[in-house]
Design a protein around this ligand. Structure first.
Ligand code: SAM
Length: 568
Protein backbone atom coordinates (compact mmCIF):
# COMPACT_ATOMS: atom_id res chain seq x y z
CA UNK A 1 0.00 0.00 0.00
CA UNK A 2 1.45 3.41 -0.93
CA UNK A 3 2.25 5.46 2.18
CA UNK A 4 2.66 9.17 2.77
CA UNK A 5 6.15 10.46 3.54
CA UNK A 6 6.74 13.81 5.25
CA UNK A 7 9.52 15.50 7.20
CA UNK A 8 9.47 14.28 10.81
CA UNK A 9 7.27 11.25 10.17
CA UNK A 10 9.66 8.75 11.75
CA UNK A 11 9.63 10.75 15.01
CA UNK A 12 5.95 11.68 14.97
CA UNK A 13 4.57 8.16 14.44
CA UNK A 14 5.18 7.21 18.08
CA UNK A 15 5.14 10.70 19.59
CA UNK A 16 1.64 10.25 21.11
CA UNK A 17 3.08 7.57 23.41
CA UNK A 18 5.59 10.01 24.85
CA UNK A 19 3.14 12.88 25.47
CA UNK A 20 2.90 13.27 29.24
CA UNK A 21 -0.34 12.72 31.10
CA UNK A 22 -1.63 16.03 32.41
CA UNK A 23 -4.25 16.65 35.08
CA UNK A 24 -7.62 18.14 34.13
CA UNK A 25 -8.42 20.90 36.62
CA UNK A 26 -12.02 21.96 37.08
CA UNK A 27 -13.07 25.60 37.15
CA UNK A 28 -16.41 25.68 38.99
CA UNK A 29 -16.90 29.41 38.30
CA UNK A 30 -16.67 28.97 34.52
CA UNK A 31 -18.75 25.78 34.61
CA UNK A 32 -22.49 25.97 33.87
CA UNK A 33 -24.09 23.54 36.32
CA UNK A 34 -27.43 23.24 38.12
CA UNK A 35 -27.28 24.51 41.74
CA UNK A 36 -25.46 22.02 43.99
CA UNK A 37 -24.04 19.94 41.14
CA UNK A 38 -20.28 19.45 41.32
CA UNK A 39 -17.96 19.75 38.28
CA UNK A 40 -17.30 16.26 36.91
CA UNK A 41 -15.75 14.42 33.98
CA UNK A 42 -18.96 12.48 33.46
CA UNK A 43 -21.21 15.11 31.79
CA UNK A 44 -20.66 17.74 29.08
CA UNK A 45 -17.13 19.08 29.18
CA UNK A 46 -15.34 22.13 27.83
CA UNK A 47 -11.58 21.78 28.19
CA UNK A 48 -9.20 24.71 27.76
CA UNK A 49 -5.75 23.76 26.50
CA UNK A 50 -3.72 22.17 23.74
CA UNK A 51 -5.75 19.31 22.31
CA UNK A 52 -2.79 16.90 22.22
CA UNK A 53 -2.41 17.18 26.01
CA UNK A 54 -6.17 17.23 26.58
CA UNK A 55 -6.77 14.07 24.49
CA UNK A 56 -4.05 12.25 26.40
CA UNK A 57 -5.49 13.44 29.72
CA UNK A 58 -8.94 12.14 28.68
CA UNK A 59 -7.71 8.59 28.02
CA UNK A 60 -8.14 7.27 31.57
CA UNK A 61 -11.83 8.21 31.63
CA UNK A 62 -12.92 8.30 27.97
CA UNK A 63 -10.81 5.72 26.11
CA UNK A 64 -13.02 3.58 23.87
CA UNK A 65 -16.20 5.42 24.97
CA UNK A 66 -16.49 8.17 22.37
CA UNK A 67 -19.12 7.25 19.77
CA UNK A 68 -18.61 10.14 17.45
CA UNK A 69 -15.74 12.53 16.79
CA UNK A 70 -16.08 15.65 14.67
CA UNK A 71 -13.06 17.89 14.20
CA UNK A 72 -12.51 20.97 12.08
CA UNK A 73 -8.74 21.47 12.15
CA UNK A 74 -6.86 24.39 10.60
CA UNK A 75 -7.08 23.83 6.80
CA UNK A 76 -3.53 25.13 6.33
CA UNK A 77 -4.66 27.71 3.79
CA UNK A 78 -1.82 29.95 4.92
CA UNK A 79 -4.39 32.54 6.12
CA UNK A 80 -5.42 31.09 9.49
CA UNK A 81 -2.18 31.96 11.26
CA UNK A 82 -2.12 28.65 13.11
CA UNK A 83 0.96 28.09 15.26
CA UNK A 84 3.00 24.88 15.36
CA UNK A 85 3.37 24.26 19.08
CA UNK A 86 4.14 20.63 19.82
CA UNK A 87 7.05 20.29 22.20
CA UNK A 88 9.25 18.04 20.07
CA UNK A 89 12.88 17.94 21.14
CA UNK A 90 14.30 16.55 17.88
CA UNK A 91 16.61 19.19 16.34
CA UNK A 92 14.72 19.41 13.02
CA UNK A 93 11.63 20.64 14.86
CA UNK A 94 13.31 23.28 16.96
CA UNK A 95 12.86 25.99 14.32
CA UNK A 96 9.19 25.06 13.89
CA UNK A 97 8.03 25.44 17.48
CA UNK A 98 5.97 28.55 18.27
CA UNK A 99 6.12 29.68 14.64
CA UNK A 100 3.02 30.70 12.67
CA UNK A 101 2.76 28.34 9.68
CA UNK A 102 3.12 30.35 6.48
CA UNK A 103 1.60 30.41 2.98
CA UNK A 104 2.34 28.18 -0.03
CA UNK A 105 5.64 29.31 -1.55
CA UNK A 106 6.62 31.05 1.67
CA UNK A 107 7.03 28.02 3.95
CA UNK A 108 8.50 24.91 2.37
CA UNK A 109 7.64 22.72 5.32
CA UNK A 110 4.11 23.95 5.90
CA UNK A 111 2.57 20.63 4.76
CA UNK A 112 5.09 18.65 6.83
CA UNK A 113 4.16 20.74 9.88
CA UNK A 114 0.47 20.14 9.24
CA UNK A 115 0.99 16.38 8.94
CA UNK A 116 3.15 16.39 12.09
CA UNK A 117 0.44 18.33 13.94
CA UNK A 118 -2.41 16.04 12.84
CA UNK A 119 -0.76 12.58 13.11
CA UNK A 120 -0.41 12.19 16.91
CA UNK A 121 -3.79 13.82 17.46
CA UNK A 122 -5.51 11.34 15.15
CA UNK A 123 -3.76 8.47 16.92
CA UNK A 124 -5.08 9.62 20.31
CA UNK A 125 -8.54 10.14 18.76
CA UNK A 126 -8.33 6.53 17.55
CA UNK A 127 -7.76 5.38 21.17
CA UNK A 128 -10.69 7.45 22.44
CA UNK A 129 -13.08 6.22 19.73
CA UNK A 130 -15.40 3.31 20.60
CA UNK A 131 -15.18 0.18 18.45
CA UNK A 132 -18.52 1.11 16.87
CA UNK A 133 -17.57 4.78 16.67
CA UNK A 134 -17.28 7.13 13.71
CA UNK A 135 -14.89 10.05 13.10
CA UNK A 136 -15.54 12.93 10.71
CA UNK A 137 -12.96 15.55 9.78
CA UNK A 138 -13.73 18.78 7.94
CA UNK A 139 -11.11 19.67 5.34
CA UNK A 140 -10.65 21.38 1.98
CA UNK A 141 -8.40 20.78 -0.99
CA UNK A 142 -5.32 22.22 0.74
CA UNK A 143 -4.75 19.07 2.82
CA UNK A 144 -7.48 16.64 1.72
CA UNK A 145 -4.96 14.27 0.05
CA UNK A 146 -2.55 14.26 3.00
CA UNK A 147 -5.38 13.80 5.50
CA UNK A 148 -6.77 10.79 3.62
CA UNK A 149 -3.33 9.16 3.55
CA UNK A 150 -2.79 9.78 7.28
CA UNK A 151 -6.28 8.52 8.20
CA UNK A 152 -5.79 5.43 6.04
CA UNK A 153 -2.70 4.76 8.16
CA UNK A 154 -4.35 5.44 11.52
CA UNK A 155 -7.93 4.18 10.94
CA UNK A 156 -7.38 1.72 8.08
CA UNK A 157 -8.21 2.21 4.46
CA UNK A 158 -10.65 0.62 2.04
CA UNK A 159 -13.21 1.57 -0.57
CA UNK A 160 -16.23 3.67 0.33
CA UNK A 161 -19.40 1.55 0.48
CA UNK A 162 -17.40 -1.62 1.06
CA UNK A 163 -18.60 -3.36 4.25
CA UNK A 164 -14.99 -4.27 5.13
CA UNK A 165 -13.70 -0.73 4.71
CA UNK A 166 -13.00 1.63 7.63
CA UNK A 167 -13.07 4.49 5.17
CA UNK A 168 -16.82 5.22 4.93
CA UNK A 169 -16.53 8.02 2.39
CA UNK A 170 -16.03 11.73 1.79
CA UNK A 171 -19.01 14.06 2.05
CA UNK A 172 -18.70 17.02 -0.31
CA UNK A 173 -20.78 19.99 0.78
CA UNK A 174 -21.57 23.21 -0.99
CA UNK A 175 -19.89 26.09 0.79
CA UNK A 176 -20.86 28.99 -1.38
CA UNK A 177 -23.80 30.00 -3.56
CA UNK A 178 -21.99 32.71 -5.46
CA UNK A 179 -18.98 31.84 -7.58
CA UNK A 180 -15.51 32.83 -6.49
CA UNK A 181 -13.86 35.05 -9.13
CA UNK A 182 -10.49 33.27 -8.97
CA UNK A 183 -7.75 33.57 -11.58
CA UNK A 184 -7.98 29.88 -12.36
CA UNK A 185 -11.63 30.39 -13.30
CA UNK A 186 -12.57 27.29 -11.36
CA UNK A 187 -14.63 28.48 -8.41
CA UNK A 188 -14.08 25.88 -5.70
CA UNK A 189 -17.52 25.87 -4.05
CA UNK A 190 -17.21 22.84 -1.84
CA UNK A 191 -15.38 21.38 1.11
CA UNK A 192 -15.31 17.88 2.52
CA UNK A 193 -16.01 15.93 5.63
CA UNK A 194 -13.96 12.73 5.61
CA UNK A 195 -15.73 9.86 7.38
CA UNK A 196 -13.90 6.88 8.90
CA UNK A 197 -14.85 4.29 11.44
CA UNK A 198 -12.64 2.45 13.94
CA UNK A 199 -13.82 -1.03 12.99
CA UNK A 200 -16.34 -2.45 10.55
CA UNK A 201 -18.83 -2.29 13.45
CA UNK A 202 -18.77 1.48 13.11
CA UNK A 203 -22.40 2.61 13.16
CA UNK A 204 -22.97 5.21 10.43
CA UNK A 205 -26.65 5.92 10.95
CA UNK A 206 -27.64 7.51 7.65
CA UNK A 207 -30.38 10.08 7.64
CA UNK A 208 -33.77 9.84 9.26
CA UNK A 209 -36.46 9.05 6.70
CA UNK A 210 -38.91 11.87 6.10
CA UNK A 211 -42.25 10.38 7.19
CA UNK A 212 -44.13 13.10 5.28
CA UNK A 213 -42.90 11.45 2.06
CA UNK A 214 -45.16 8.46 2.83
CA UNK A 215 -48.72 8.84 1.48
CA UNK A 216 -51.66 6.47 1.06
CA UNK A 217 -53.61 7.62 -2.02
CA UNK A 218 -55.46 4.29 -2.44
CA UNK A 219 -56.08 3.65 1.25
CA UNK A 220 -53.89 0.61 1.28
CA UNK A 221 -54.59 -1.29 4.51
CA UNK A 222 -50.83 -1.64 5.05
CA UNK A 223 -50.62 2.09 5.60
CA UNK A 224 -48.72 4.93 3.98
CA UNK A 225 -46.07 4.16 1.40
CA UNK A 226 -43.62 5.65 -1.01
CA UNK A 227 -42.97 4.20 -4.44
CA UNK A 228 -39.70 2.94 -5.85
CA UNK A 229 -38.86 2.42 -9.53
CA UNK A 230 -40.04 -0.87 -11.02
CA UNK A 231 -37.42 -0.55 -13.75
CA UNK A 232 -33.76 -1.55 -13.45
CA UNK A 233 -30.71 -1.09 -15.68
CA UNK A 234 -30.71 -4.31 -17.74
CA UNK A 235 -31.17 -3.90 -21.49
CA UNK A 236 -33.32 -6.28 -23.53
CA UNK A 237 -30.14 -7.79 -24.99
CA UNK A 238 -28.65 -8.37 -21.53
CA UNK A 239 -31.79 -9.73 -19.81
CA UNK A 240 -34.62 -10.51 -22.26
CA UNK A 241 -36.58 -12.12 -19.38
CA UNK A 242 -36.98 -8.68 -17.80
CA UNK A 243 -38.52 -7.15 -20.89
CA UNK A 244 -42.24 -7.94 -21.27
CA UNK A 245 -45.61 -6.16 -21.17
CA UNK A 246 -47.31 -5.52 -17.83
CA UNK A 247 -51.10 -5.06 -17.71
CA UNK A 248 -52.97 -3.10 -15.00
CA UNK A 249 -55.60 -5.72 -13.95
CA UNK A 250 -58.14 -2.99 -13.13
CA UNK A 251 -57.85 -0.66 -16.14
CA UNK A 252 -56.22 -3.13 -18.64
CA UNK A 253 -53.64 -0.39 -19.40
CA UNK A 254 -50.45 -1.94 -20.93
CA UNK A 255 -46.90 -0.94 -19.98
CA UNK A 256 -43.71 -1.84 -21.82
CA UNK A 257 -40.23 -1.12 -20.46
CA UNK A 258 -37.69 0.94 -22.44
CA UNK A 259 -35.27 -1.37 -24.30
CA UNK A 260 -32.43 -0.04 -22.06
CA UNK A 261 -34.21 -0.48 -18.74
CA UNK A 262 -35.97 -3.76 -18.03
CA UNK A 263 -38.27 -4.44 -15.06
CA UNK A 264 -36.56 -5.20 -11.75
CA UNK A 265 -37.85 -8.78 -11.77
CA UNK A 266 -39.19 -11.35 -14.22
CA UNK A 267 -42.82 -12.13 -15.10
CA UNK A 268 -43.37 -14.40 -12.10
CA UNK A 269 -42.02 -11.72 -9.80
CA UNK A 270 -44.21 -9.00 -11.29
CA UNK A 271 -47.30 -11.24 -11.12
CA UNK A 272 -46.60 -11.76 -7.43
CA UNK A 273 -46.36 -8.01 -6.83
CA UNK A 274 -49.60 -7.42 -8.72
CA UNK A 275 -51.37 -10.17 -6.75
CA UNK A 276 -50.16 -8.60 -3.52
CA UNK A 277 -51.33 -5.14 -4.69
CA UNK A 278 -47.79 -3.83 -4.35
CA UNK A 279 -47.80 -2.00 -7.63
CA UNK A 280 -48.66 1.67 -7.85
CA UNK A 281 -50.27 2.41 -11.21
CA UNK A 282 -49.88 5.89 -12.67
CA UNK A 283 -53.30 7.63 -13.02
CA UNK A 284 -52.54 8.22 -16.72
CA UNK A 285 -50.60 5.42 -18.52
CA UNK A 286 -48.96 8.03 -20.79
CA UNK A 287 -47.40 9.92 -17.91
CA UNK A 288 -45.21 7.25 -16.39
CA UNK A 289 -44.43 3.68 -15.56
CA UNK A 290 -45.90 1.61 -12.75
CA UNK A 291 -43.81 1.71 -9.55
CA UNK A 292 -43.34 -0.56 -6.54
CA UNK A 293 -44.93 0.35 -3.18
CA UNK A 294 -42.65 0.48 -0.08
CA UNK A 295 -44.63 0.78 3.10
CA UNK A 296 -43.56 2.94 6.06
CA UNK A 297 -44.07 -0.11 8.28
CA UNK A 298 -41.45 -1.97 6.24
CA UNK A 299 -38.94 0.85 6.02
CA UNK A 300 -36.00 1.36 8.38
CA UNK A 301 -36.14 4.60 10.31
CA UNK A 302 -32.79 5.49 8.72
CA UNK A 303 -31.77 5.47 5.08
CA UNK A 304 -28.47 6.05 3.29
CA UNK A 305 -27.32 9.67 3.44
CA UNK A 306 -26.01 11.13 0.19
CA UNK A 307 -22.32 12.05 0.06
CA UNK A 308 -23.15 15.23 -1.82
CA UNK A 309 -24.73 18.02 0.27
CA UNK A 310 -25.71 20.80 -2.12
CA UNK A 311 -28.50 22.09 0.11
CA UNK A 312 -26.39 23.67 2.86
CA UNK A 313 -27.52 27.30 3.00
CA UNK A 314 -24.78 29.81 3.70
CA UNK A 315 -21.04 29.32 4.10
CA UNK A 316 -20.23 30.20 7.66
CA UNK A 317 -21.97 30.42 10.94
CA UNK A 318 -20.41 33.80 11.67
CA UNK A 319 -23.80 35.57 11.59
CA UNK A 320 -25.17 33.02 14.02
CA UNK A 321 -22.26 33.50 16.47
CA UNK A 322 -22.52 37.28 16.10
CA UNK A 323 -26.19 37.08 17.12
CA UNK A 324 -25.40 34.88 20.11
CA UNK A 325 -22.36 36.79 21.37
CA UNK A 326 -23.47 40.20 20.15
CA UNK A 327 -20.29 40.91 18.14
CA UNK A 328 -17.86 39.35 15.68
CA UNK A 329 -15.42 37.32 17.81
CA UNK A 330 -14.73 34.33 15.59
CA UNK A 331 -13.96 34.30 11.86
CA UNK A 332 -15.08 31.08 10.24
CA UNK A 333 -17.32 29.02 12.49
CA UNK A 334 -19.27 26.21 10.85
CA UNK A 335 -23.05 26.43 10.61
CA UNK A 336 -24.78 24.73 13.55
CA UNK A 337 -27.23 23.02 11.19
CA UNK A 338 -24.35 21.59 9.14
CA UNK A 339 -22.65 20.11 12.23
CA UNK A 340 -26.01 18.94 13.64
CA UNK A 341 -26.72 17.09 10.40
CA UNK A 342 -23.29 15.42 10.49
CA UNK A 343 -23.77 14.33 14.11
CA UNK A 344 -27.31 13.11 13.46
CA UNK A 345 -26.35 10.88 10.55
CA UNK A 346 -23.24 9.62 12.29
CA UNK A 347 -24.23 8.83 15.86
CA UNK A 348 -26.94 7.40 18.11
CA UNK A 349 -29.07 9.70 20.28
CA UNK A 350 -27.14 8.88 23.44
CA UNK A 351 -23.71 9.27 21.89
CA UNK A 352 -20.69 10.77 23.61
CA UNK A 353 -19.42 13.29 21.02
CA UNK A 354 -15.91 14.80 20.98
CA UNK A 355 -14.60 17.87 19.13
CA UNK A 356 -11.01 18.82 19.94
CA UNK A 357 -10.94 21.88 17.63
CA UNK A 358 -14.03 23.43 19.18
CA UNK A 359 -13.49 27.02 18.05
CA UNK A 360 -16.74 28.93 18.66
CA UNK A 361 -18.38 25.85 20.20
CA UNK A 362 -20.62 24.94 17.27
CA UNK A 363 -20.47 21.22 18.07
CA UNK A 364 -21.71 21.84 21.63
CA UNK A 365 -24.55 23.99 20.28
CA UNK A 366 -25.41 21.31 17.67
CA UNK A 367 -25.53 18.57 20.34
CA UNK A 368 -27.89 20.60 22.55
CA UNK A 369 -30.05 21.46 19.53
CA UNK A 370 -30.34 17.79 18.48
CA UNK A 371 -31.23 16.72 22.04
CA UNK A 372 -33.86 19.45 22.16
CA UNK A 373 -35.21 18.35 18.76
CA UNK A 374 -35.39 14.56 19.25
CA UNK A 375 -35.28 14.09 23.01
CA UNK A 376 -31.80 12.53 22.72
CA UNK A 377 -29.27 12.30 25.54
CA UNK A 378 -26.07 13.08 23.66
CA UNK A 379 -23.08 14.41 25.59
CA UNK A 380 -20.24 16.57 24.28
CA UNK A 381 -16.57 17.04 25.08
CA UNK A 382 -15.10 20.18 23.53
CA UNK A 383 -11.41 21.11 23.55
CA UNK A 384 -10.15 24.55 22.55
CA UNK A 385 -6.79 26.22 23.12
CA UNK A 386 -6.60 29.62 24.84
CA UNK A 387 -5.43 31.58 21.82
CA UNK A 388 -6.21 30.81 18.19
CA UNK A 389 -3.38 32.93 16.83
CA UNK A 390 -0.72 35.47 17.82
CA UNK A 391 -3.20 38.37 17.72
CA UNK A 392 -5.46 36.73 20.30
CA UNK A 393 -2.37 36.03 22.39
CA UNK A 394 -1.33 39.69 22.15
CA UNK A 395 -4.85 40.82 23.08
CA UNK A 396 -4.98 38.24 25.89
CA UNK A 397 -8.23 36.95 24.39
CA UNK A 398 -8.94 33.50 25.83
CA UNK A 399 -11.01 31.92 23.02
CA UNK A 400 -12.07 28.91 25.07
CA UNK A 401 -13.43 30.99 27.94
CA UNK A 402 -14.76 34.04 26.07
CA UNK A 403 -16.05 32.35 22.89
CA UNK A 404 -16.44 28.54 23.12
CA UNK A 405 -17.87 28.41 26.67
CA UNK A 406 -19.70 31.73 26.42
CA UNK A 407 -21.55 30.67 23.29
CA UNK A 408 -22.62 27.32 24.79
CA UNK A 409 -23.65 29.06 28.02
CA UNK A 410 -25.83 31.47 26.01
CA UNK A 411 -27.62 28.80 23.99
CA UNK A 412 -28.24 26.78 27.18
CA UNK A 413 -29.91 29.78 28.84
CA UNK A 414 -31.50 31.27 25.70
CA UNK A 415 -30.60 34.66 24.25
CA UNK A 416 -31.98 37.48 22.19
CA UNK A 417 -30.56 39.70 19.49
CA UNK A 418 -31.52 42.69 17.38
CA UNK A 419 -31.85 42.33 13.65
CA UNK A 420 -32.85 44.78 10.91
CA UNK A 421 -36.57 44.76 10.13
CA UNK A 422 -37.87 44.57 6.51
CA UNK A 423 -38.82 48.11 5.54
CA UNK A 424 -36.28 49.62 8.04
CA UNK A 425 -35.82 49.80 11.78
CA UNK A 426 -34.84 46.84 13.91
CA UNK A 427 -36.61 44.11 15.87
CA UNK A 428 -35.59 42.09 18.89
CA UNK A 429 -35.59 38.29 18.40
CA UNK A 430 -35.71 35.93 21.40
CA UNK A 431 -34.22 32.43 21.09
CA UNK A 432 -35.53 29.89 23.62
CA UNK A 433 -33.16 28.09 26.01
CA UNK A 434 -31.91 24.68 24.88
CA UNK A 435 -31.09 23.66 28.44
CA UNK A 436 -28.16 21.47 29.40
CA UNK A 437 -25.02 22.08 31.42
CA UNK A 438 -21.25 21.68 31.24
CA UNK A 439 -18.13 21.46 33.35
CA UNK A 440 -15.27 23.81 32.46
CA UNK A 441 -11.81 22.32 32.94
CA UNK A 442 -8.24 23.27 32.05
CA UNK A 443 -5.28 21.12 31.08
CA UNK A 444 -3.21 21.40 34.27
CA UNK A 445 0.26 20.25 35.23
CA UNK A 446 1.73 16.94 34.11
CA UNK A 447 0.69 14.18 36.50
CA UNK A 448 4.36 13.67 37.24
CA UNK A 449 7.66 14.92 35.86
CA UNK A 450 9.99 12.81 33.73
CA UNK A 451 11.75 11.83 37.00
CA UNK A 452 8.49 10.33 38.23
CA UNK A 453 7.94 12.83 41.04
CA UNK A 454 4.73 14.69 41.55
CA UNK A 455 6.37 18.05 42.22
CA UNK A 456 4.81 20.43 44.78
CA UNK A 457 1.16 19.96 43.96
CA UNK A 458 0.24 16.30 44.59
CA UNK A 459 -2.50 14.88 42.33
CA UNK A 460 -5.79 13.97 44.03
CA UNK A 461 -6.67 10.30 44.60
CA UNK A 462 -9.21 10.16 41.74
CA UNK A 463 -6.83 11.52 39.10
CA UNK A 464 -4.10 9.06 40.08
CA UNK A 465 -6.53 6.15 40.34
CA UNK A 466 -7.91 6.86 36.83
CA UNK A 467 -4.38 7.10 35.44
CA UNK A 468 -3.29 3.82 37.08
CA UNK A 469 -6.38 1.92 35.88
CA UNK A 470 -5.90 3.18 32.33
CA UNK A 471 -2.15 2.49 32.15
CA UNK A 472 -2.72 -0.95 33.66
CA UNK A 473 -5.74 -2.00 31.60
CA UNK A 474 -6.04 0.47 28.63
CA UNK A 475 -9.66 0.64 29.59
CA UNK A 476 -11.74 3.48 30.93
CA UNK A 477 -12.87 3.30 34.49
CA UNK A 478 -16.30 3.11 36.15
CA UNK A 479 -15.87 6.02 38.54
CA UNK A 480 -18.91 4.99 40.55
CA UNK A 481 -17.10 1.78 41.61
CA UNK A 482 -13.99 3.58 42.95
CA UNK A 483 -13.61 3.44 46.80
CA UNK A 484 -10.86 5.86 48.00
CA UNK A 485 -11.33 4.81 51.66
CA UNK A 486 -10.52 1.10 50.97
CA UNK A 487 -8.27 2.03 48.03
CA UNK A 488 -10.26 -0.01 45.52
CA UNK A 489 -9.91 1.50 42.03
CA UNK A 490 -11.70 -1.20 40.02
CA UNK A 491 -11.63 -4.76 38.71
CA UNK A 492 -11.25 -6.52 35.36
CA UNK A 493 -11.94 -10.11 34.30
CA UNK A 494 -8.27 -10.50 33.29
CA UNK A 495 -6.44 -13.53 34.80
CA UNK A 496 -9.64 -14.86 36.42
CA UNK A 497 -10.33 -11.44 37.89
CA UNK A 498 -7.83 -8.76 38.81
CA UNK A 499 -8.52 -6.07 41.38
CA UNK A 500 -6.61 -2.78 41.37
CA UNK A 501 -5.94 -0.83 44.56
CA UNK A 502 -4.35 2.53 45.37
CA UNK A 503 -3.20 3.20 48.91
CA UNK A 504 -2.30 6.90 48.64
CA UNK A 505 -3.04 10.25 50.33
CA UNK A 506 -2.47 13.53 48.42
CA UNK A 507 -0.55 15.12 51.30
CA UNK A 508 3.15 15.21 51.96
CA UNK A 509 3.01 14.48 55.71
CA UNK A 510 1.24 11.12 55.64
CA UNK A 511 1.90 7.92 53.63
CA UNK A 512 -0.44 4.99 53.05
CA UNK A 513 1.75 1.85 53.27
CA UNK A 514 1.04 -1.72 52.23
CA UNK A 515 1.83 -3.70 55.35
CA UNK A 516 0.68 -7.17 56.43
CA UNK A 517 -2.54 -5.86 58.01
CA UNK A 518 -3.50 -3.87 54.90
CA UNK A 519 -2.80 -6.88 52.65
CA UNK A 520 -4.78 -9.27 54.88
CA UNK A 521 -7.73 -6.83 54.89
CA UNK A 522 -7.69 -6.60 51.08
CA UNK A 523 -7.30 -10.38 50.65
CA UNK A 524 -10.29 -10.97 52.94
CA UNK A 525 -12.36 -8.38 51.03
CA UNK A 526 -11.42 -9.89 47.67
CA UNK A 527 -12.05 -13.52 48.75
CA UNK A 528 -13.68 -15.36 45.84
CA UNK A 529 -13.63 -12.20 43.68
CA UNK A 530 -10.07 -11.71 42.47
CA UNK A 531 -7.30 -14.12 41.57
CA UNK A 532 -4.76 -11.32 41.24
CA UNK A 533 -4.20 -8.04 43.09
CA UNK A 534 -2.29 -5.03 41.82
CA UNK A 535 -1.73 -2.71 44.76
CA UNK A 536 -0.19 0.75 44.30
CA UNK A 537 0.99 2.17 47.61
CA UNK A 538 3.32 4.81 49.03
CA UNK A 539 5.40 2.38 51.11
CA UNK A 540 5.81 -1.42 51.16
CA UNK A 541 6.10 -2.61 54.77
CA UNK A 542 6.44 -6.41 54.49
CA UNK A 543 9.09 -8.92 53.50
CA UNK A 544 8.54 -10.65 50.13
CA UNK A 545 8.45 -14.03 51.92
CA UNK A 546 5.57 -12.88 54.13
CA UNK A 547 3.72 -11.72 51.00
CA UNK A 548 4.41 -15.03 49.30
CA UNK A 549 3.08 -16.93 52.28
CA UNK A 550 -0.19 -14.97 52.17
CA UNK A 551 -0.41 -15.44 48.38
CA UNK A 552 -0.16 -19.22 48.76
CA UNK A 553 -2.59 -19.19 51.69
CA UNK A 554 -5.22 -17.28 49.67
CA UNK A 555 -4.32 -18.64 46.19
CA UNK A 556 -4.04 -15.04 44.96
CA UNK A 557 -1.05 -13.40 43.22
CA UNK A 558 -0.12 -9.94 44.59
CA UNK A 559 1.85 -7.29 42.65
CA UNK A 560 2.80 -4.37 44.91
CA UNK A 561 3.69 -1.14 43.05
CA UNK A 562 5.30 1.94 44.60
CA UNK A 563 3.82 5.39 43.93
CA UNK A 564 5.19 7.36 42.09
CA UNK A 565 8.25 5.19 41.35
CA UNK A 566 6.42 2.31 39.62
CA UNK A 567 3.87 4.44 37.74
CA UNK A 568 3.88 3.50 34.04
C1 SAM B 1 -11.31 25.87 12.03
S1 SAM B 1 -11.45 26.23 13.69
C2 SAM B 1 -12.84 25.33 14.22
C3 SAM B 1 -14.13 26.11 14.11
C4 SAM B 1 -15.30 25.37 14.70
N1 SAM B 1 -15.64 24.19 13.98
C5 SAM B 1 -16.48 26.31 14.79
O1 SAM B 1 -17.52 26.01 14.18
O2 SAM B 1 -16.39 27.30 15.45
C6 SAM B 1 -10.17 25.34 14.41
C7 SAM B 1 -10.08 25.58 15.91
O3 SAM B 1 -9.17 24.65 16.45
C8 SAM B 1 -8.40 25.29 17.45
N2 SAM B 1 -7.12 24.60 17.56
C9 SAM B 1 -6.15 24.49 16.61
N3 SAM B 1 -5.10 23.79 17.09
C10 SAM B 1 -5.42 23.47 18.38
C11 SAM B 1 -4.74 22.78 19.44
N4 SAM B 1 -3.51 22.28 19.25
N5 SAM B 1 -5.37 22.62 20.61
C12 SAM B 1 -6.61 23.11 20.81
N6 SAM B 1 -7.31 23.81 19.87
C13 SAM B 1 -6.72 23.98 18.68
C14 SAM B 1 -8.18 26.68 16.90
O4 SAM B 1 -7.86 27.56 17.95
C15 SAM B 1 -9.54 26.96 16.26
O5 SAM B 1 -10.39 27.59 17.17
Amino acid sequence: MPTLQFKGKSVIETYHHTVAHHRLEFDAKLSCLPRGEKPSLEGNLIIEGDNLLALKALLPTHAGRVKCIYIDPPYNTGNEGWIYNDNLTAPQFKEWIGQTVGKEGEDATRHDKWCCMMYPRLQLLWELLADDGVIMVSIDDNEMHHLRAIMDNVFGNGSPGDAESNFVGAIAWRTRNTDNRVKTNLSVDHEYALVYRKTTHGAWNGRVIDRSDFQNPDDDSRGPYVTDPLTGKATAAQRPNLHFVIVNPRTRDRYEPDPSRGWITDKAGIDELIADNRIWWPPDPNTGKPRKKRFLSETDERMPESSFWADIRGQSGADEVDQILGKRVFEFPKLTEFVARLLDVASPRDALILDCTAGSGTTGHAVLKLNDRDGGNRKFVLVQQRHDNKRHEADGLNICEKVTAERVRKVIAGYSYTKPKRGGGTERTKVDPLGGSFTYARVGEPLFTEYKNFGENLPDWDTLARYIFYTETSRDIDMKKMKPESGLIGRTEAAGGTAYYLLYTPNKTEDRPLGLDELKAILTKEKGKARALVIYCEKIWMHPDERQRLEEEHGVRVRPMLVPFNLR
